[in-house]
Design a binder for this molecule. Structure first.
Ligand SMILES: [Zn+2]
Length: 127
């Protein structure tokens, strides 16, 4: 359960809109979302101005079992036992600008910084 473990560990799902958005009798919209990692579904009702009216979750069976056994910290600990880790690259004293490992690591750090800059508490980053 690595994918769903990530949902538990990060307290967020990887939602995609699933199927059609349905126009309800009161003109509100029913939107069904599916997590591509753990198969949890979420059914929302949105007003036409985007206001969230209701939200209902149904966990996938494997994810349901997982969250009974693992709180968020335990889920992160579990992931650390399941996913291979590598040593951080060490900079060479000479010619460090040409070390491809260091360049790759710096690029990765910069990318993470970009993501953090987009995320604000309580707001969903726009994609
Ligand atoms: Zn999920």
């Amino acid at each position: 359960m690595v994918g769903g473990g990530l949902c538990r560990a990060l307290n967020t799902h990887a939602w995609d809109i699933f199927g059609a958005i349905v126009i309800l009798r009161d003109n509100n919209r029913r939107v069904t979302l599916l997590c591509r990692r753990c198969e949890t579904t979420r059914q929302d009702v949105w007003a036409t101005n985007g206001k969230m009216l209701t939200r209902y979750y149904k966990h996938g069976s494997e994810y349901s079992a997982f969250i009974k056994d693992y709180d968020r910290q335990e889920a992160r600990g579990y992931l650390l036992t399941q996913i291979k880790a590598v040593e951080a690259p060490r900079e060479k004293e000479h010619g460090k600008g040409n070390n491809p490992d260091v360049r790759l690591a710096r690029k990765h750090v910069a990318r993470r910084g970009d993501v953090r800059a987009l995320e604000q508490p309580g707001k969903t980053p726009k994609s």
